[in-house]
Every structure is written in C-alpha cells, then in structure tokens.
Design a protein around this ligand. Structure first.
Ligand SMILES: C[S@@+](CC[C@H](N)C(=O)[O-])C[C@H]1O[C@@H](n2cnc3c(N)ncnc32)[C@H](O)[C@@H]1O
Length: 286
C-alpha cells in the first residue's frame, strides 16, 4: 500500500487505523516521524502502539479519535491511507488533503468492496479501484448486525415465494459481489441452515426488506427465494447479475469513484453518467 501511495521525501501522511503501529513505524522511517500522523479509535491500541514506536525510536503524531474526522492540526496532507474500510470517502479526508494529493482506502459495504486510489482536486476526489484486491475490517462504529434488524415480517401472505433465477453462490464471486454491493447498498447478508438441511442465504435491510434463498442439499430441488418488505432484495440481486453478465462480468478494477461535497458516485468504465451508483455517505454506516 505504501508503494501504491507513491510516497516521496517530505510528504506528510495521515494514516487511519494505527493498530499495532507497524505502518506508522514504516511511515516514520521513510518520511521522518514529524511527517507521519496516525489515528485509531481505540485508546488502548494507541497507547500500546505509542510504546512500541518509542522502543523502535519513533515518535509520530498519534491521535485517538474517529478517523472519519481526519486530524485537522496536521493538515494539509499529501497522502491519506486508511487501513480500515468505510462505505464512502469521509469529506474531512478531502478537505485535509492538498490539491493533487492521494487517498488510498478500502471502500466497502457489507457484501464487498475494493481498494480505491483517488486524487484530490479542490473539494472533490476521483480515482479508480485497484486491480489488486484487498479488504479491511470496517471502521467502527460499523454496520448494524443482521440479527439486530427485527422489522422482518414473515407472517403468512406478507411475502412472496418463487424459484430463484440465480444460485445463492453468485454472491461468493468477488467480482459479482462488488456489483451486487453497488445495487444493494445497505443490505446485510446472513447465512443459516433451514429445515431439512437447506442452506439459507439471507439479505436484510433496515427498512424491513428481507430475502432468503433456500438451497436444498445435494440438488434435491432447485433453490427458491422468499422475500418481503418494501424492497424485493433478491430481485435486485438477479437484476444486478443480468447487468454484470451483459457488461462482460467486470471486476472492481473497471469501476471508479468521483466524490464531491454533496455526492459520491461509482461509475463503470468511464464517468459518462451512463452507469452510475450513489455511494451511501455519512450516516449509513453509523
Ligand atoms: C487492520 S487494523 C490496522 C493495522 C495497522 N495499520 C497496523 O499497521 O498495524 C484496523 C484498525 O482500524 C482501527 N479503527 C476501526 N475503526 C476506526 C475508526 N473509526 N477510526 C480510526 N481507526 C479505526 C481499529 O481499531 C484497528 O486498529
């Protein structure tokens, strides 16, 4: 990641997610501790990292806080690198990065994501997802858990049952999961075992929409889907799958992001407005 960041002498770098302090040590070694700032939301981790770094002879600026807010006292930064994931680029990172500076981060939702390298210009940022895939833990506070969404209405007559046009396993394909994530936005996946050993793949959203694909063991019968609530979540997956196949099964590296103060959008192949998805911005993951 540090090579991808294209770091040069004198650059000031903000890292989100201090963790062990290892990356902060590398940044301090390469750029001088006076040019390295690292934030973690966990005070105990920051304390431990500070000790380790001191033992190694480094004293970068370490800050306890939510990395979404950046760290204004050290701005402007030449580079921002996040070692945790978010479903969008926090606006503070854009305003705290100098013109032409780079942001390298894992943009991810509950189903999938990928690494984005983007250039800041004024109050906007644009870039592409890297072909080399990586994933990180979600920034805390993260997504609500599927089991905490209780609005699911499974009463008789309140949901539909039909055959599924795609296997539930399509979500295991990284390239398709990335596309499904763009379409499903805040849907949370879950997995369970149903009566008779059927494998259940479920999706649920905070508005009470839900879908479950039941796949009987050993292909005894074709998979069927049950779904209810205001959105038909499995219809969205099936439509996304048709879109993905019609466009040559692209992986994340065919997609890019353009983000300004108001909106953040993902585009496919070029930002011509033809295939564009809104990224959920602040609030959706809180
Ligand atoms: C994969 S670890 C980082 C590894 C680290 N860069 C290293 O060199 O060891 C992810 C870190 O992100 C931190 N984190 C989670 N949510 C955060 C947030 N909202 N703001 C800042 N850090 C956060 C976690 O506490 C965790 O230490």
């Amino acid at each position: 990641m540090l090579e991808t960041l294209d770091i040069h002498d004198g650059h000031r770098v903000l890292e989100i997610g201090t963790g062990s302090g290892y990356n902060a040590a590398l940044l301090s070694h390469r750029l001088g501790a006076e040019n390295a700032t690292s934030i973690d939301i966990d005070p105990a981790l920051v304390t431990a990292a500070r000790c380790r770094l001191a033992e190694a002879g480094y004293a970068p600026t370490l800050h306890v806080g939510d990395g979404r807010d950046g760290y204004p006292p050290g701005a402007p930064y030449d580079r921002v690198v996040a070692t945790c994931s978010l479903p969008y680029i926090p606006p503070a990172w854009i305003t705290q990065t100098r013109d032409g500076g780079l942001v390298l981060t894992n943009i991810a939702g509950p189903l999938s994501g990928a690494m984005l390298l983007a250039t800041v210009t004024g109050d906007s940022v644009q870039g592409r997802f890297l072909s080399r895939w990586a994933g990180f833990m979600w920034a805390r506070p993260g997504f609500v858990r599927a089991r905490d969404i209780t609005a699911r209405d499974t009463a008789e007559g309140q949901y539909e049952t039909r055959g599924s046009k795609v296997s539930a396993q399509v979500l295991e394909d990284h390239a398709f999961a990335f596309v499904a994530q763009l379409h499903l936005r805040d849907a949370l996946p879950y997995w369970a075992q149903g009566d008779g050993g059927a494998a259940i793949t479920g999706l649920v959203t905070p508005d009470g929409s839900w879908a479950e694909v039941h796949t009987p063991p050993a292909a005894e019968a074709p998979p069927h889907v049950e779904q209810g609530g205001p959105q038909r979540l499995w219809d969205i997956v099936e439509d996304a799958h048709t879109f993905w196949e019609d466009h040559g099964r692209p992986d994340w590296s065919s997609f890019g992001v353009i983000a300004g103060p108001e909106r953040q959008r993902v585009w496919l192949r070029c930002d011509d407005g033809e295939h564009v998805w809104e990224l959920p911005t602040a609030g959706s993951s809180d």
